[in-house]
Design a protein around this ligand. Structure first.
Ligand code: SF4
Ligand code: SF4
Length: 308
């Protein structure tokens, strides 16, 4: 018989639980700038439409996030120590009506390599394996999501260079890369994001195979590949539209009104699923009576909406 695993000391359990209790689950109001370079259009659409339940993050992982926040502060003081001026930490990025959104880590000037150039700052902490990969291949190839975050940050702030600074959590080595603004990359990324935001249908999958590597760890795997029921919110309703004016505003055509975030989370009794969320084909609909009928994958006929 293999040795029994040691029980986790109560103190450690209590610490992890305290992190979990303090953690606020929130839905992202739009597509995060840090995810803009995600390979799968459909994953971004599902995220934007709140298709899956928010991820439950365990206490140990939350502690890793807090450590990452502390490293950001250390990297700012590293720069200040060598005479670099840093400002604008946590300035907001809002694009495409606020539906593409995020925060920057800062802006700096006075780098020894280019003292006059103002840079966007992007700070990261990494394990040894990730750090070696970044050192070998550079940000664009090793960490495309970070590269996208730098590009869109520069675009939003009208800057031409980003300082990508990474610390190796194992041995405190630092990696620094100056990334040049790529207007073409940004325009393509923004056009793609706009298409995803404005689409009422889920975009194509990156693979039809649920075992495909890129799908296996996707948080929308169940909804996308196994027909799991998505979350019922206004964002999955045929009557909801993301508005292009304001800051991530949504409206409802059924009730002709804007939708607050709380209303979007609750939905209402006249919710009608966007057909792309149903695991089957639409076979009939009646606009006046507010129903849509489907033949489900199982062969069963199912009517969504008011039926009496
Ligand atoms: S499971 Fe695969 S195809 Fe579906 S959203 Fe995720 S990455 Fe895209
Ligand atoms: S009909 Fe109801 S569920 Fe649909 S968008 Fe309007 S308020 Fe939300």
């Amino acid at each position: 018989m293999p040795p029994l695993p040691k029980a986790q000391p109560s103190t450690v359990t209590a610490i992890y639980q305290a992190y979990e209790a303090a953690n606020q689950h929130y839905d992202s109001l739009g597509i995060s700038v840090g995810e803009i370079a995600t390979e799968c259009d459909r994953a971004l659409w599902y995220g934007f439409r709140w298709a899956s339940q928010p991820e439950v993050i365990d206490g140990r992982k939350l502690s890793i996030f807090r450590t990452g926040d502390r490293w950001e502060e250390v990297l700012v003081s590293d720069l200040e120590r060598i005479g670099v001026e840093v400002w604008g930490q946590q300035n907001r990025v809002r694009l495409i009506g606020g539906h593409l959104r995020g925060k920057i880590d800062g802006i700096c000037q006075g780098l020894p390599e280019a003292p006059k150039t103002i840079h966007l700052c992007e700070f990261k902490s990494s394990n040894d394996k990730g750090f070696k990969e970044i050192t070998k291949k550079g940000c664009k190839k090793a960490k495309p999501l970070h590269y996208g975050q730098c590009q869109i940050g520069m675009h939003a702030l009208g800057l031409s260079r980003a300082l990508y600074m990474v610390v190796n959590k194992n041995d405190d080595s630092r990696y620094v890369e100056r990334i040049e603004y790529d207007a073409e990359w940004c325009l393509r990324a923004l056009a793609r994001a706009q298409r995803i935001i404005e689409s009422f249908d889920p975009p194509s999958r990156i693979s039809e195979d649920p075992e495909f590597f890129g799908c296996r760890f996707c948080k929308h795997h169940a909804v996308c590949h196994t027909g799991a029921e998505p979350r019922l919110t206004c964002r999955s309703c045929i009557h909801a539209t993301p508005e292009m004016s304001g800051d991530a505003h949504w409206s409802c055509s059924r009730w002709s009104k804007p939708l607050s975030v709380d209303e979007q989370k609750q939905a209402c009794g006249t919710h009608l699923w966007l057909p792309g969320f149903i695991d089957g084909e639409q076979i009939d609909a009646n606009e006046e009576e507010e129903w849509i009928e489907y033949r489900l994958r199982s062969g069963e006929i199912w009517r969504d909406g008011v039926t009496d």
